[in-house]
Design a binder for this molecule. Structure first.
Ligand SMILES: CC(C)(COP(=O)(O)OP(=O)(O)OC[C@H]1O[C@@H](n2cnc3c(N)ncnc32)[C@H](O)[C@@H]1OP(=O)(O)O)[C@@H](O)C(=O)NCCC(=O)NCCS
Length: 213
């Protein structure tokens, strides 16, 4: 289904149930929003992506310095980042970065999951959660940019009824998040509460401090 501008879907649940394919690799990740205190864990996660995944994430080969620069420039007041932690290590992120406020709010989404944790449903769950964050912030439209060869990202976007446009080696995916509802706000609040309880009772889900902090 392609959603036309102005036609808000009832929700942004994926068209197939990701839970059926989730956590095929074993341990269930813990999800929580990152804060600026996680900035080095975030940077180290991006630096750990293998060269091909880094190229897919940044639409071209980038050196470590460019990744560090991207992290240093990230405006945390315009970004909400969902992290996936396995055994206390940050292994995946879903970035929602606001790029426009008027006339309607728009944001860009980028996903990354480290190699050993891929194909286990983590990317799909990150996108599902990031779309709830977008919905609850009245973001009217989200964009995803990926290289045309990135079939995996396109597969995930397709689960959320993204409208994919192909142009010159790149694919732009657009999703119109549903408007917030009591349920979407409750879901985010419940996820935050769950993350807080995890932090209290299972501190391994809290990102380790970087030696540089
Ligand atoms: C894209 C990325 C985030 C996906 O994360 P992930 O955790 O592997 O994703 P999931 O396991 O939730 O879903 C992958 C889906 O793609 C499918 N898939 C795997 N290889 C595929 C391929 N070559 N072609 C099409 N689909 C493929 C999987 O079967 C799965 O679908 P299913 O759940 O219906 O079985 C991860 O591969 C990544 O970090 N890539 C590098 C960075 C990147 O490309 N980011 C996107 C641009 S911002």
């Amino acid at each position: 289904m392609t959603v036309n501008r102005g036609d808000k879907p009832e929700s942004n649940e994926p068209s197939d149930d990701p839970s059926s394919s989730m956590w095929r690799s074993g341990a269930a990740p813990a999800f929580r929003k990152l804060t600026i205190a996680d900035r080095f864990a975030f940077e180290e996660h991006l630096l750990r992506l293998d060269p091909n995944d880094r190229r897919l994430r940044f639409w071209g080969g980038v050196r470590d310095e460019a990744v560090r620069d991207y992290c240093a420039r990230l405006d945390w007041t315009a970004a909400v980042i969902m992290g996936a932690f396995v055994d206390g290590g940050l292994r995946g992120v879903g970035e929602l970065v606001r790029v426009r406020v008027v006339p309607q709010m728009a944001a860009e989404i980028a996903l990354s999951v480290e190699g050993s944790w891929q194909n286990a449903g983590v990317g799909t769950e990150l996108l599902r959660r990031v779309l709830i964050l977008a919905r609850n912030r009245y973001i009217d439209r989200v964009y995803m940019l990926c290289l045309a060869e990135n079939k995996k990202m396109q597969k995930i976007a397709g689960k959320f009824d993204a409208n994919l446009t192909y142009q010159e080696g790149e694919v732009e995916g657009r999703i119109w998040p549903a408007w917030p509802s009591v349920f979407s706000v409750m879901e985010e609040a419940s996820q935050d509460g769950h993350a807080m309880l995890n932090a209290i009772f299972d501190p391994a889900t809290v990102s380790p401090q970087s030696p540089r902090t």
